[in-house]
Design a protein around this ligand. Structure first.
Ligand SMILES: Nc1ncnc2c1ncn2[C@@H]1O[C@H](COP(=O)(O)OP(=O)(O)O)[C@@H](O)[C@H]1O
Ligand SMILES: [Mg+2]
Length: 133
């Protein structure tokens, strides 16, 4: 698909590539520097989680045009072990790594829309949208 591009996350350096891709698409869509930073921070958190907990996966960035609105969708997809207790990980203070973005609840706050789908043994699928305003 033309309006979606993906980066495979296999090693730590791929996290940097995913951030760069996200920043470029965000710029292209017209997001300001503050939103670009929010988006790249969210990407770092998701890509790092893939690297740390799933071993490998993908980060995809999609341009959205819906009802006259423009947005950027982040997809984080892996076939890793999945997350057992989704409600628990979405509680503030659960995140242990102390990263800048404060884990998954941080990603939810940084973006406008956040969806997580994960089942043990099947992997994790996270979708988040930032709308341009
Ligand atoms: N892609 C993933 N696959 C499997 N488990 C994950 C994934 N992302 C997050 N997790 C689990 O959810 C927990 C919370 O993630 P997060 O909020 O980023 O905090 P942290 O990475 O600091 O622990 C992680 O500790 C890990 O157990
Ligand atoms: Mg994390």
């Amino acid at each position: 698909m033309d309006n979606q591009s993906c980066v495979k996350i296999i090693n730590e350096w791929d996290i940097v590539s995913a951030r760069q891709l996200g920043r470029n698409v965000a710029k292209e869509l017209g997001f300001g520097t503050v939103d670009q930073a929010r988006i790249t921070t969210a990407i770092s958190e998701l890509a790092r989680n893939i690297f740390l907990y799933a071993g490998q996966g993908q980060i995809c960035i999609e341009k959205l045009y819906e009802n006259g609105k423009t947005g950027l969708r982040l997809l984080s997809i892996d076939s890793g072990p999945g997350i057992k207790d989704l409600r628990q990980v979405m509680e503030d203070g659960y995140s242990t790594s102390g990263g800048l973005g404060a884990g998954l609840p941080g990603v939810k706050r940084l973006m406008d829309d956040f969806q997580i789908d994960s089942s043990p043994g099947e992997g994790t699928d996270i979708r988040a949208i930032k709308w341009l305003r």
